[in-house]
Design a protein around this ligand. Structure first.
Ligand code: BES
Ligand code: ZN
Ligand code: ZN
Length: 475
């Protein structure tokens, strides 16, 4: 549904075109008239980097791509250019655009990625959505089919994750979230098993059940599986996603004003896991991956769990709940316990977990920590640079765990004011016995303004970095 990138056919020579070039490119292949060429040269002389020529039969958007300090930044600048182009192309009511490269480095696919991600819209709730719809439907590039398919897959996964995050609680309660997972699983090819409240009780998932106590709707626990026959790995990579479909804070109610306004985004980690599974299944990536998503709303209902309560997690660890707004770690803990049965090669969890992560680095990256080998971390850092979903690795010293000591239980769910993103990670670590990383995506998962091709609202943060990492693992 979102795949808009196709391979250029030789017959499509008269379509509107974006040309990626350098100042000193050879312009002869563009078939410019002498006056058009004069115009282009004069614009280049005034250091213009976007030069538009309307040839009547087609429009040319000539984009001068200058060198950057790193490949990562060069690609990002091209994606950002894609976001500007998406606006211009839609303004000109263009439906199909080609990309040609005269540049010594071929950035065609990177540009297509930026355009496609920036062309996203969430129009479902507008009465006149048809009239608001972008014109752009197809981007033609000269590249291999396999690369185009992979790019379409990861873009679709990202945009489906955005859709899920943008859905409000009035539509997306835990049950509906599970139904959407099944629909996307059917569409792309991954399996979904949903456990309902009685099964969650049988498993003694005390964290998920405690958070759900004040909720109106029942919880779900979702198991997503992509297990192709030709998988390279025997033990799966498990991806855990926080699925709080709405976070009021519970009885430790969020101090209203604005802090609750965006809390439909609190299933952003779960949405990213769904998006990753979708992309892997679509692209038929030969790797065994399991997604685990505990889902519920966090509300101060009549039976809500209360500050001071002691609850028992799936592995029987007792937790003194000192703040019901620190609910994400409770539902994730049960999922991390559940993950043990897979004897996983690696577990990564994704969560809009702490305001502290936002305060630390803002929207510019993912706050990461954990206990994996340096080589796994380095590979993930590299993937983060490749797709510009960068990782900020936190210190993860033992002393941080001491900050979660409780007088009456094995641990509390609340650390002191400092290093809140790290104590949250230390809480999670207690429930792991395998190589594990925690990605706190509270900063980048949901934006209050457009940031180039990451549009206002849900961003699908986490999908592109993990797809890149897993793709490179299969090479
Ligand atoms: N869902 C929030 C974290 C959050 C903040 C997500 C901003 C997205 C944007 C989380 O459940 C939460 O409330 N965390 C508390 C934890 C605290 C009580 C220890 C926080 O960070 O304030
Ligand atoms: Zn909370
Ligand atoms: Zn939360």
């Amino acid at each position: 549904m979102y795949s808009i990138i196709n391979k250029t056919k030789e017959s499509s020579s008269k379509i509107d075109l974006v040309v990626l070039a350098e100042n000193q490119s050879n312009w002869s292949s563009l078939g410019l008239s002498p006056s058009e060429l004069d115009y282009l040269i004069s614009e280049l002389n005034t250091e213009q980097s976007s030069i538009h020529i309307n040839q009547y039969s087609r429009r040319l958007y000539i984009e001068i791509i200058s060198s950057q300090t790193s490949k990562s930044l060069a690609c990002e600048k091209v994606r950002e250019r894609g976001a500007i182009l998406a606006k211009l192309l839609n303004l000109a009511k263009i439906e199909k655009v080609g990309i040609e490269s005269l540049h010594s480095t071929d950035f065609s696919l990177v540009l297509a990625e930026g355009i496609a991600l920036a062309n996203y819209q969430f129009l479902k709730y507008f009465k006149d959505s048809a009239s608001k719809k972008n014109s752009l439907k197809e981007i033609l590039v000269r590249s291999e089919y396999s690369k185009i398919d992979q790019l379409n897959a990861v873009i679709s996964g990202t945009l489906h994750a955005r859709d899920l995050v943008n859905e409000p609680l009035s539509y997306l309660n835990a049950m509906k979230f599970s139904e959407e997972m099944s629909r996307l699983g059917d569409e792309s090819g991954f399996d979904v098993e949903t456990l309902y409240k009685n099964q969650i009780e049988d498993l003694k998932m005390g964290g998920l059940l405690a958070v759900n106590k004040g909720a109106v709707e029942p919880p779900t626990f979702n198991i997503l599986t992509h297990h192709p026959k030709n998988a390279a790995n025997e033990d799966p990579i498990v991806l855990v996603g926080k699925g709080i479909v709405y976070d009021t804070g519970g009885l430790s109610l969020k101090p209203t004003a604005n802090s609750m306004d965006i809390m439909k985004c609190d299933m952003g980690g779960g949405a990213s896991v769904v998006g990753i599974l979708y992309a892997l299944a679509k692209a038929k990536v030969p790797i065994y991956v399991v997604g685990l998503i505990p889902a519920t709303e966090n509300r101060p209902g009549g039976n809500a769990y209360a500050p001071g309560d002691v609850i028992h997690m799936m592995d029987n660890t007792s937790v003194e709940v000192l703040n019901t707004d620190a609910e994400g770690r409770l539902v994730l803990a049960d999922a991390l316990c559940y993950a043990k049965k897979y004897k996983p090669e690696l577990v990564i969890d994704f969560a809009t977990l702490t305001g502290a992560a936002v305060r630390a680095i803002g929207k510019y990256g993912i706050v990461a920590m954990g206990n994996t080998s340096k080589s796994v971390q380095d590979d993930l850092i590299e993937s983060g640079e490749n797709v510009y979903e960068r990782l900020a690795i936190m210190p993860f010293w033992d002393e941080y765990a001491d900050l979660l000591k409780s007088d009456i239980a094995d641990m509390t769910n609340l650390g002191p004011a400092e290093a809140g993103q790290i104590t949250a990670g230390k809480f999670l670590e207690h429930f792991t016995d395998y190589p594990w990383l925690h990605f706190d995506i509270a900063g980048p998962a949901f934006l209050s303004n457009d940031d180039h091709y990451r549009l206002k609202g849900g961003t699908g943060s986490g999908v592109r970095i993990i797809f890149d990492y897993l793709m490179r693992k299969t090479l």
